[in-house]
Design a protein around this ligand. Sequence first.
Ligand SMILES: [Zn+2]
Length: 126
Amino acid sequence: MKVILGSVEYEVEEVKDLKDNNKTQDKLNGLISADSLVIKLESDRPLTGKRITLIHEIIHGILCQSGRSKHIEAEVDALSYGLYDFIHKNPEIIDYITGKTNEKPKWIWNRETSNGLFRQAKRRWS
Ligand SMILES: [Zn+2]
């Protein structure tokens, strides 16, 4: 399996007993290497965990490619779980974003509903 980030292609491999050999020797769920252009995933995990870890490593790759090599691990974690959840709960939006359809899902793009939601959210966050 391959992942393309920007103009760079990474090979995705599953590895048993994945460790960070350059650092602590701690057991890892995933690892991305911009040097070898490989994303490694621990093979001995449930499939959902491997998918979330793949998203996690992709986020690391995107951040590093945009010059943000120092970033907060907890934020990468939050984004990876959040994106996994978003992708699974919003297949119509994913089809719209990827161009599989040009039809906007009506239930989310209703102007009155979304304005109401944004107003509510704004009130909660401010
Ligand atoms: Zn990480």
